[in-house]
Design a protein. Structure first.
Length: 401
């Protein structure tokens, strides 16, 4: 089988981790060819060397001009332009490989959105598409929390994505896919796919290996993610002002354009001794800190999944998030874990809800001896089932006219 994953590296979290886990899943039963970003090739090959099924994977790098999305609207547009170009190159390389190998199934996995090109969809073989994202929108009553730059980006996103999804290059995957994996119900509703649509969150790909054991919790709250408006860092900071436990501290892990505004508010609100900005830290450091945190606070406004949520729930760390989008889907797969879902309302009511949920966690922390817990769905088994079903589908759908 042929797998396309621009982001595909172990121990980097987010999309690269999803790509790597998909490769490992596919290699359990199949010979796999992977098309990925040229810069990911050395780390991916080194990691596969130590995996039991690593010898079944061949890695092909396709050059990509931009390493990560920019922080500004212009940076995001630049990234998407280069990403579309990369997918065009993938289509060419995939066709050449298929002429040589004759694949049974092709799969486009990371950075799969309902409105973007999937290069491997040009190969006339059964296609598995996803997990697909891009369909979650922020709650209307919380749009102000995006900030000026975030509002401009949202307006562009809100108007542009549905229109782009109608273009032939974006429709190709939806028209051809035998099995479509949607990250959450909001995205599933956006899809106009002819194949079988199933829910599968990227976050369920998080491996149980290399995660630290839960330790006795300190009154320390963690926010993990880019410091951009739609991730909701200001909601987390506002909630700090309302907590009953004056010993609680809030730690931001990540960087982004919102940091300066957050730092001004920290000083203005007299929280300098209770709020710490760590920037980006290595994943093993982040997970070690998470293991003794009182809670993960993740009030994102249009999150498609949230791998940090899954990591917290596996370890046994309570999660406070909005009952909206991807986090709502992710937390449903750990029903016995402590996930507090706050209903999105106006800004003040939402902040009070977050603060109340955190106060409950601080007042009654769970046992530090909580064993690791896997989700109630297996990412690997769902992928393998999708491959089998796609391969057994009655012929490949014709490309759109």
């Amino acid at each position: 089988m042929l797998l396309s994953a621009l982001a595909c590296e172990p121990e980097r979290g987010s999309e690269p981790e999803v790509g790597y886990r998909a490769v490992l899943a596919a290699a359990r039963r199949h010979d796999v060819w992977v098309l990925t970003h040229m810069g990911s090739v050395p780390a991916l090959r080194a990691a596969l060397h130590d995996e039991p099924d690593g010898a079944r994977v061949r890695v092909h790098g396709v050059p990509f001009a931009v390493r990560e999305p920019g922080r500004s609207t212009a940076g995001v547009l630049t990234f998407q332009w280069h990403y579309n170009r990369w997918q065009r190159d993938v289509a060419r390389v995939a066709a050449e490989l298929d002429a040589e190998i004759d694949f049974d199934v092709v799969h486009h996995v990371t950075l799969a959105s309902y409105w973007t090109r999937a290069g491997v969809a040009a190969v006339d073989k059964p296609l598995v598409w996803g997990p697909v994202g891009g369909g979650v929108e922020p709650p209307l009553r919380l749009l102000s929390q995006l900030g000026p730059a975030g509002l401009a980006e949202h307006a562009l996103r809100f108007a542009g994505r549905p229109l782009t999804a109608r273009l032939p290059f974006a429709r190709q995957a939806a028209e051809r896919a035998a099995v479509v994996l949607a990250q959450n119900p909001a995205t599933a509703k956006r899809l106009r796919a002819r194949g079988d649509v199933r829910l599968l969150s990227n976050a369920t790909s998080v491996g149980m290996d290399n995660l630290p054991a839960r330790r006795a919790a300190e009154p320390r709250l963690m926010f993990v993610g880019r410091l951009v408006g739609w991730k909701g860092p200001m909601l987390a900071l506002r909630a700090m002002r309302l907590l009953q436990d004056a010993s609680a501290t809030l730690h931001f892990y990540g960087s982004g354009p919102e940091r300066a505004r957050l730092e001004r508010r920290v000083e203005q609100w007299g929280l300098t001794d209770r709020v710490t900005f760590w920037g980006w830290v290595p994943r093993h450091v982040l997970l070690d800190h998470l293991a003794s945190a009182a809670a993960l606070v993740h009030p994102a406004l249009h999150e498609e999944a949230g791998l940090c949520i899954a990591e917290a729930l596996i370890i046994g760390v309570p999660v406070v998030c909005l009952a909206h989008g991807g986090p709502l889907e992710v937390t449903s797969h750990w029903p016995q874990r402590r996930a507090s879902l706050v209903r999105p309302q106006g800004m003040d009511a939402t902040v009070r809800g977050i603060a109340a949920a955190v106060d409950r966690v601080l007042a009654a922390p769970p046992s530090p001896l909580t064993p690791p817990m896997a989700p109630d769905v297996s990412f690997a088994e769902e992928l393998l089932a999708a491959y089998e079903d796609a391969a057994g589908s009655p012929g490949q759908r014709p490309p759109p006219g």
